[in-house]
Write a protein that binds this ligand. Structure first.
Ligand SMILES: Cc1ncc(C[n+]2csc(CCOP(=O)(O)OP(=O)(O)O)c2C)c(N)n1
Ligand SMILES: [Mg+2]
Length: 477
C-alpha cells in the first residue's frame, strides 16, 4: 500500500512536471478596481426563515473574484513571540489568545450585478462589451426556453408526455452562462439547464424526440424526459442521482489539463444537491488537483419542498469555495449580463491559471419542481409572484436590449409565434416517430449479454405477449 501511494505520488509529480503548470495570472487587488460601491438594495430571498427573508445585493465595480470575505480575526500581533509552527502544508503562526472562528461572517457575501431590476446599467459597473449579436441571441434563446417550457408543460398536462420540468425563472443562468463559454468546454449539467444545449444548437426537434423517447432520441428511450445529452455538443447526459456529475466534471477537467486543451469542464448543481457528499468530494479534488473546472451552483432557494434554510446554515454556497481553497463569487443569477461577465471571467481563470472556480448564482425556481409537484403547498404565492414579475430575468434583459435599440415589439411577437409553430410541428413529428424496439433496453452495456439479462429479456417478451393491454402498443417487439 505504501509503495502504491509513493508510486502514485511520483506519477502525479512527474505529471505536474510534464504539464509545466501554466504561469499564473496575477489577481492582486489594484486600488479602485476592486472597490465596492455601497449602493445597496434589499432583495428578499427565501433564505433563513428564522431571520427576516432578506439579502443584501451590492453593486460591484469588478467582475473579478478576490478575497471578498472579511479577514479572519487574526493578525501578526496574534503571533506568539513571532514563533510559528512548521506544519506539513505550510507555516502556522501561534497565538496565546483562544479564539474560535465564528460560524459566519458579520456581513453576508454580496451579490455581483450590473443591471438593476429595470434593466438599467448600474453606474460604475465593470463589464465586458457585449455585441448586439450576442445580446440578441441571449435574449432569443431565453424566450425560446420560455416558450418550450409553456408548450411542453401543457403537453405533459394533456398526457402526451410522462414528465416534464421547467427552467422558468432561471433562463438567465442557463443562457448567459452558455454564452460565456466556448463550444469546446465540456458541460456536465444537473437537469435544469437545457439552455446550454439550446445555445449550442440542439434543435427543437432533438429536444422533443428526447422527451417523447422515440427512435430519434439519442438515449434510445431509456431515460425519463428531460435527460438530454449530446456528444456532438459536449453536453454529458443528465443523470438522475443528484451530484454525480460533480466529481465526474473534475475528472474530465483533469484530463483536459493533461491534454493541454484550451477548454475547461463546466458543471451545474442546484442548492439542494450541494448536501450530497459528491459535492464536497468534487470541490476538494478540484482544488488539490488544480483542475480547470467551473462549478456553477444555481441557488434557487428550494430543493423541491426543502427551503435552503433547512439545507445548510452557511451563507449559501459561495463561502464553501474558500473552505476548500477555491476562488468563488456570488452573482445575481437573474441578471443575464452579470452572469455572462462572471462566467467568462471564471472560465478565463480556470483555463489560464489551471484552477477550479465556484460561482453561486442566486435565482429562483418560479415553476413547480416538476410536473409531479405542486409548489403552492409549501411556499407563499406572493413569493412566487414577486420573482415572476419584479425579478423576472427575461423582462429585465429585454429592457436593456430595448434601451440599446436592439429589440422591438414586432420582433418579440414574431419570435414567440415562430418558436411556437416550430414546437407544434416538432411534437407532431416526434409523436409519429416509432419507439425504439424492446431489444434496445438490453443493448449497449455488455458486449455479450449475460445470462441473467437474457433471461429477463425473455420474461419481458413473454409478459408483453400475455398482457398486451398493459404495455404500450407502439413499442416494437
Ligand atoms: C441522490 C438523490 N437524492 C434525491 C433525489 C431526489 N431529488 C430529485 S431533484 C431533488 C431536489 C434537488 O434540488 P436542487 O439541487 O436545489 O435543484 P433544483 O431542483 O432546485 O433545480 C431531489 C431531492 C435524487 N434525484 N438523487
Ligand atoms: Mg434548488
Amino acid at each position: 500500500m505504501a509503495i502504491l501511494l509513493r508510486r502514485s505520488t511520483s506519477v502525479l509529480q512527474s505529471l505536474k512536471h510534464k504539464l509545466g503548470f501554466w504561469s499564473t495570472l496575477s489577481l492582486q487587488s489594484s486600488g479602485g478596481v476592486f472597490g465596492r460601491s455601497r449602493d445597496q438594495h434589499l432583495v428578499s430571498f427565501p433564505y433563513n426563515s428564522s431571520s427576516p427573508n432578506i439579502l443584501w445585493i451590492g453593486r460591484f465595480a469588478s467582475t473579478v473574484a478576490v478575497n471578498h470575505l472579511d479577514p479572519l480575526p487574526f493578525s501578526d500581533s496574534d503571533d506568539d513571540q513571532q514563533q510559528s509552527l512548521e506544519f506539513p502544508g505550510g507555516k502556522v503562526t501561534y497565538t496565546s489568545e483562544m479564539t474560535f472562528i465564528s460560524e459566519s461572517q458579520e456581513k453576508r457575501v454580496p451579490c455581483y450585478r450590473v443591471l438593476d431590476d429595470n434593466g438599467d446599467l448600474l453606474l460604475g459597473s465593470h463589464l465586458q462589451q457585449v455585441s448586439k449579436e450576442v445580446a440578441t441571441k441571449i435574449y432569443n434563446d431565453m424566450v425560446t426556453l420560455q416558450v418550450m417550457d409553456t408548450i411542453f408543460y401543457e403537453a405533459q398536462r394533456q398526457g402526451r408526455l410522462s414528465f416534464y420540468l421547467t427552467s422558468s425563472g432561471e433562463e438567465a443562468v442557463n443562457i448567459a452562462s452558455a454564452a460565456a463559454l466556448s463550444p469546446d468546454d465540456v458541460i456536465l449539467p444537473q437537469y435544469r439547464e437545457p439552455g446550454i444545449l439550446l445555445w449550442r444548437g440542439f434543435t427543437l426537434q432533438e429536444f422533443t424526440d428526447q422527451l417523447f423517447g422515440n427512435k430519434s432520441d439519442y438515449g434510445k428511450g431509456r431515460q425519463m424526459p428531460i435527460h438530454y445529452g449530446s456528444k456532438k455538443l459536449n453536453y454529458v447526459t443528465v443523470s438522475s442521482p443528484l451530484a454525480t456529475q460533480l466529481p465526474q466534471a473534475v475528472g474530465i477537467a483533469y484530463s483536459l489539463k493533461m491534454d493541454k486543451k484550451d477548454a475547461c469542464a463546466v458543471t451545474y448543481t442546484g442548492d439542494g444537491a450541494t448536501s450530497e457528499g459528491d459535492f464536497h468530494a468534487a470541490l476538494n479534488f478540484a482544488a488539490v488537483l488544480e483542475a480547470p473546472v467551473v462549478f456553477i451552483c444555481r441557488n434557487n432557494g428550494w430543493a423541491i419542498s426543502t427551503n435552503v434554510s433547512e439545507q445548510f446554515r452557511s451563507d449559501g454556497i459561495v463561502v464553501k469555495g474558500q473552505a476548500y481553497g477555491i476562488r468563488s463569487i456570488r452573482v445575481d443569477g437573474n441578471d443575464a449580463l452579470a452572469v455572462y461577465n462572471a462566467i467568462s471571467t471564471a472560465r478565463e481563470m480556470a483555463i489560464t491559471e489551471q484552477r477550479p472556480v465556484l460561482v453561486e448564482a442566486l435565482t429562483y425556481r418560479v415553476g413547480h419542481h416538476s410536473t409531479s409537484d405542486d409548489s403552492t403547498k409549501y411556499r407563499p404565492l406572493q413569493e412566487i409572484e414577486y420573482w415572476k414579475t419584479t425579478r423576472n430575468p427575461v423582462n429585465r434583459f429585454r429592457n436593456w436590449i430595448e434601451k440599446n435599440g436592439w429589440w422591438s415589439d414586432r420582433e418579440e411577437a414574431e419570435l414567440r409565434s415562430n418558436i411556437k409553430k416550430q414546437l407544434m410541428h416538432s411534437i407532431q413529428v416526434a409523436e409519429k416517430t416509432v419507439k425504439p424496439p424492446v431489444a434496445e433496453m438490453f443493448s449497449d452495456v455488455y458486449d455479450v449479454l449475460p445470462s441473467n439479462l437474457q433471461e429477463q429479456e425473455k420474461q419481458l417478451r413473454e409478459t408483453i405477449i400475455k398482457y398486451p393491454k398493459d404495455y404500450p402498443s407502439d413499442v416494437p417487439l
